[in-house]
Design a protein around this ligand. Structure first.
Ligand SMILES: [Zn+2]
Length: 423
C-alpha cells in the first residue's frame, strides 16, 4: 500500500523543515520526502495549499475505557482524535477499574490496536486505585507498555509518597505526570477565585492551590532527578516556576490546554457547566502568561485534557456538575488562532503539538523522517468551520466552544501509513 502526498507545504519543526515537498508512504513507513516524487500505483493526495505535518500528539486525554463507555470508549475517542488531526494520544488511568495494573494497560493497548484509529499510550497510575497511599508496581506497568504514570484527576497529596514515586520511576525511565493541586487550598471551590466567582456567588479555587503544588513537585523533581511532566498548567505562577526550574536544568516539562489559553473565568458567567473544569479557567493575566509560556518554550506541549461527560452529568447546577470538556476536535483550530493572533509562529505552534509532547512522553514520533512510521496530518489552514456539538466525533458533546467560528482543520490523518480519517 502506497500513498503519495503531493505538493504540500511540509512543516517539520523538529528539523526546521518548511518547504514544498512530496512525501511517499510505503508499507506503513515514510519512504521518501523530496521534490516531484512519482510512484506507480500509489493513492495520491493533492496537498497543494495545505500543510503536511507530523501526526499530532496529545499527551493528555481521557478515553473513559474501561468502565465509563457511556461517555467515550477507545474506538470513539480515537475516532475523535484522528478527526482532530491527532495520530497518537496518551490516556489517563482514572478508568474503572483504574489502570494501576498490567491487565488494564494490556486491555487498552490491545483494544486500541485491534479497533482504534490512533496510537494509544496508556498512562498507568502512580498509586493503587488513585488513592494516594500505595505505589503501583511500576516495573509491571512499564512492561505492559506504560511510558508515564499519573494519578490525574487527583493530586498525590503526600509529598513523601510523591518523592518515593519519583525515586522508583526514575530507573524505569518513566515520566511522572503531576496533576498539581493542593486540596486543602481548593476546599469546596468550583471555579477560579476572583471577581467573577464573587459576583456569581460560587466558591473559588485560588491560584496558589496550583502554584504551591507545582512548586512542590518541581522541587521533588530537582531533588530526585526523575522526569516530571506537569499537566494542564493554568496559572502565571505555575509557568514562572517551570520556567525558572528549566533554567536550572531541572528535567521538567509541562503542557497547557486550548481552553486555558483561550478562555478566562468570564466564560463561567451564565453558569455554563461546559466552562467548568479542573484546573478552572483563570484570569486574563493567567491566560497571557500561558501564551507567553507557549511562545518561549516553557510550555512544551499543547494537550487537550479531553474529558468527555454525558449530557446528564453537565445538565445540572454548576456546583455539582462534573469537571472537564472535550477537546480533540477543536484543539488544532484553537492553536492556529494563536498563530493568527501573532502569539506563536506556525513553526512553534506545530512544535507544541508534535515534537514537544513526543519528547515529554519519551516516544520517537512527532517528526518526519524517512524510515519512521508514517503518522502524518494534512491540514487545510484556511478551512472555515463552526463548532456544532452534535457534529463532534466524540461520544460526548461537552464543549465550551459551541457556535464558535474557527479556521483550520485536518483533511487527512494518516496513522502508520493508513488513512484513518479523511474530511
Ligand atoms: Zn488533571
Amino acid at each position: 500500500m502506497k500513498i503519495l502526498i503531493k505538493g504540500g507545504r511540509v512543516l517539520d519543526p523538529a528539523h526546521d523543515v518548511d518547504e514544498t515537498l512530496d512525501l511517499l508512504i510505503e508499507d506503513g513507513k515514510i519512504r521518501n520526502i523530496e521534490k516531484s516524487l512519482a510512484a506507480d500505483g500509489a493513492e495520491t493526495i493533492d496537498a497543494r495549499g495545505k500543510l503536511v505535518v507530523p501526526g499530532l500528539i496529545d499527551i493528555h486525554v481521557h478515553l473513559r475505557d474501561p468502565g465509563y463507555e457511556y461517555k467515550e470508549d477507545i474506538v470513539s475517542g480515537t475516532r475523535a482524535a484522528v478527526a482532530g488531526g491527532f495520530t497518537s494520544v496518551a490516556c489517563m488511568p482514572n478508568t474503572n477499574p483504574v489502570n494501576d495494573n498490567k491487565a488494564v494497560s494490556q486491555y487498552i493497548r490491545r483494544k486500541a490496536q485491534e479497533e482504534g484509529f490512533a496510537n494509544v499510550y496508556p498512562v498507568g497510575s502512580i498509586t493503587k486505585g488513585l488513592k494516594g497511599e500505595t505505589l503501583t508496581e511500576m516495573g509491571e506497568l512499564k512492561e505492559a507498555g506504560c511510558l508515564a504514570l499519573s494519578d490525574d484527576g487527583r493530586p498525590v497529596a503526600s509529598g513523601e509518597i510523591m518523592r518515593r514515586a519519583m525515586e522508583y520511576a526514575k530507573p524505569f525511565g518513566l515520566t511522572i505526570i503531576s496533576h498539581a493541586e493542593e486540596l486543602s487550598l481548593v476546599g469546596e471551590g468550583v471555579m477560579n477565585e476572583g471577581f467573577v466567582a464573587t459576583e456569581l456567588g460560587l466558591k473559588g479555587i485560588p491560584w496558589v492551590a496550583e502554584d504551591a503544588a507545582v512548586a512542590r513537585d518541581v522541587m521533588l523533581c530537582e531533588f530526585t532527578g526523575a522526569r516530571l511532566h506537569v499537566a494542564h498548567v493554568s496559572t502565571r505562577g505555575a509557568v514562572e516556576i517551570v520556567r525558572a526550574a528549566k533554567k536550572r536544568g531541572v528535567p521538567v516539562t509541562c503542557e497547557a490546554t486550548p481552553h486555558h489559553f483561550t478562555l478566562t473565568d468570564e466564560a463561567v458567567r451564565g453558569y455554563d457547566t461546559n466552562a467548568k473544569m479542573n484546573p478552572p479557567l483563570r484570569s486574563a493575566e493567567d491566560v497571557a502568561a500561558i501564551r507567553a509560556g507557549l511562545a518561549d518554550g516553557t510550555i512544551d506541549a499543547i494537550a487537550t485534557d479531553h474529558a468527555p461527560h454525558h449530557y446528564d452529568e453537565k445538565n445540572v447546577e454548576f456546583n455539582i456538575a462534573m469537571n472537564g470538556v472535550v477537546g480533540l476536535d477543536t484543539a488544532l483550530a484553537l492553536t492556529l488562532r494563536l498563530v493568527e493572533d501573532g502569539v506563536l509562529s506556525l513553526h512553534d505552534a506545530l512544535a507544541r503539538l508534535t515534537i514537544g509532547p513526543a519528547r515529554a512522553l519519551g516516544i520517537s514520533r512527532g517528526t518526519l523522517e524517512v524510515g519512521m512510521p508514517a503518522d502524518i496530518t494534512v491540514i487545510d489552514p484556511e478551512l472555515k468551520w463552526t463548532v456544532e456539538p452534535d457534529k463532534l466525533a466524540s461520544k460526548s458533546k461537552n464543549t465550551p466552544f459551541d457556535g464558535w467560528k474557527l479556521k483550520g482543520a485536518a483533511t487527512h490523518t494518516i496513522v502508520g501509513g493508513k488513512l484513518a480519517f479523511q474530511r
